[in-house]
Ligand binder design. Structure first.
Ligand SMILES: Cc1cc2nc3c(=O)[nH]c(=O)nc-3n(C[C@H](O)[C@H](O)[C@H](O)COP(=O)(O)O)c2cc1C
Length: 220
């Protein structure tokens, strides 16, 4: 692969990375921080964010007076737009995503232009359970795809995550660690290709089952 992952004019690919958990000792925050390290190791630029920056008051359409948005929604919007792609590591709550991340997505979906549209996303999760929180990601995929985000097919879920990390914050199991890095690198390559080679972007949209046609193009 292109180990530099950068265009001469524009510098390295930029990835917003955050965990959808507010918990101090969050397993997803550990996984997100590891993802940021792996991105930098492979030539990308990680913009690491804390969920507290994006956590909005409960959505209420009555609050949208004169196009008003909470400052946290504005921050989330800004960071999505400032990066080439975003990566969320999300806990699983009761078989789906935590309400707070859906709430932030709902707020951000109200901006125009709608910031998720055509932005690439990679989803990951960590949980003490054997499922690794994977069901949360299927829940999370739905609103993001609805909003036109290009959600990468491969997702990474870390099972028994409370026992999975080394003291240095890496994944202890060598095979899993390799798989985690390979998943990230495949995503990085796609983001780079989509940014610099429009033909790849067209192929990707078709792969997702959409024909590039103005009539059926995802609308805001
Ligand atoms: C309200 C709630 C519901 C949960 N439901 C699930 C679940 O459905 N599946 C699961 O694997 N873990 C579930 N858990 C356990 C979380 O995976 C665990 O608390 C995890 O550490 C949360 O992520 P974090 O460490 O990043 O904060 C739940 C936890 C809470 C607080």
């Amino acid at each position: 692969m292109n180990n530099e992952l950068q265009s001469k004019e524009q510098g390295p690919m930029r990835f917003l990375v955050f965990s959808a958990s507010l918990r101090n000792d969050s397993l997803n925050t550990r996984l997100a921080k590891l993802a940021a390290r792996v991105i930098e190791k492979n030539g990308g630029k990680a913009d690491y964010a804390n969920m507290i920056e994006f956590d909005c008051p409960s959505f209420n359409q009555d609050l949208e007076v004169n196009n008003a948005h909470p400052k946290e929604a504005e921050e989330f919007r800004k960071r999505i737009v400032a990066n080439d792609a975003f990566i969320i590591s999300s806990p699983e709550y009761n078989g789906s995503m935590p309400g707070l991340i859906k709430n932030s997505i709902d707020w951000v979906s109200r901006f125009r232009p709608q910031p998720f549209n055509e932005h690439h996303a990679l989803l990951m999760s960590a949980s003490p359970s054997m499922g690794g929180g994977n069901k949360a990601l299927w829940g999370l995929r739905m609103p993001l795809e609805h909003l036109g985000a290009r959600v990468f097919p491969d997702m990474f879920s870390l099972a028994t995550a409370h026992k999975a990390f080394t003291a240095e914050g890496t994944i202890a199991d060598e095979t899993l660690a390799k798989r985690f890095e390979a998943n990230l690198v495949a995503f990085m390559q796609l983001v780079e290709a989509a940014k610099h080679y429009p033909c790849m972007k067209k192929a990707w949209v078709e792969f997702l089952g959409e024909q590039p046609d103005p009539v059926t193009e995802r609308v805001e």
